[in-house]
Design a protein around this ligand. Sequence first.
Ligand SMILES: Cc1ncc(COP(=O)(O)O)c(C=O)c1O
Length: 337
Amino acid sequence: MQARKVIEDSREIISTFLGCGHDEIYFTSGGTESNNLALIGAAALHKKGHIITSAIEHPSVIKTCGYLESLGFEVTYVRSDSDGIVSIDDIRHAVRKDTVLISIMHSNNETGVIQPVDEIGRIAEEYGITFHVDAAQSIGKIPFSMNGSGIDLLTVVSHKFYGPKGIGALYIKNDVKIAPVFFGAGHEKGLRPGTENVAGIAGFGKTCLLSGRDVNSRAAHATRLSELLLGGLQSSIPGVGLNGHPSKRLPNTLNLRIPGISSFELIEKIRDRVAISSGSACHSGRQTPSGVLKNIGLTDEDALSSIRLSTGKDNTEDEVNEAVGIIANAVNELKKK
Ligand SMILES: Cc1ncc(COP(=O)(O)O)c(C=O)c1O
């Protein structure tokens, strides 16, 4: 009974934080599971049909779409423009009579660029298509509310904003139906059967409580530090360029091209001192150019010389200045090689 109370209290906190009903929150193990449940669950209501997504989605959406294609669904992968933004017109043009689902991320995990989900939601509403948004990277970093958003299904992940790892949720709008993907007992109204991760859920609730209070100040702090970081790197390394839209982006994420170096060599050189990644943090270490960066028009060479840097709520200006110095020195040494 105590565990049940913890779960329901957290559900209440999370729903208040997101601006939705407590009965619209379904706990999962995180982003991958929420995305799989949303896409497969929405598609499974139909024997076949058409799905619209973008070419810059996280692998947990892209690969799930691939799986649905193998079952006979047709998928349109809309590209992004050179700012890393998916075009609303392309989405509208892709709509067909048999389109059953649109899935577009709220902000991109590599570039931090924010997508026009409100406008896409209106298109989905107009045509009566279920609309899923993967908001794994956005929630807790920028103010957000489900209220009036036109979103039917929303992926939320606790460990992207200081909550415990391995817990997340899928928001399912009350009048929207999806089919179960797991089968078992009646937990989470049968949509996510299996004993709940009570400790994770408690921590997820707490992180929403704190983020609800602090999201504006955290965003302002992240913006200040990101600007310092970008300015510092641009003034100490010639030719550093920002990948993705300059302002429609998460305040904490920078994706930068550093001409003339290999991002993998840079990461190797400074990994004990500064945590940076090449491409997406989820699958770094691979020496293939990032599909997301290729999609915004970068050459292989530019994509392979790009790094992703994120600032956090506990970072200080001194740390940012120190990081700039370490990165600039390492880049100079790599260029001399
Ligand atoms: C946009 C996006 N969606 C989904 C995921 C997957 O989340 P998880 O690692 O919780 O499965 C990530 C992880 O980085 C992500 O960035």
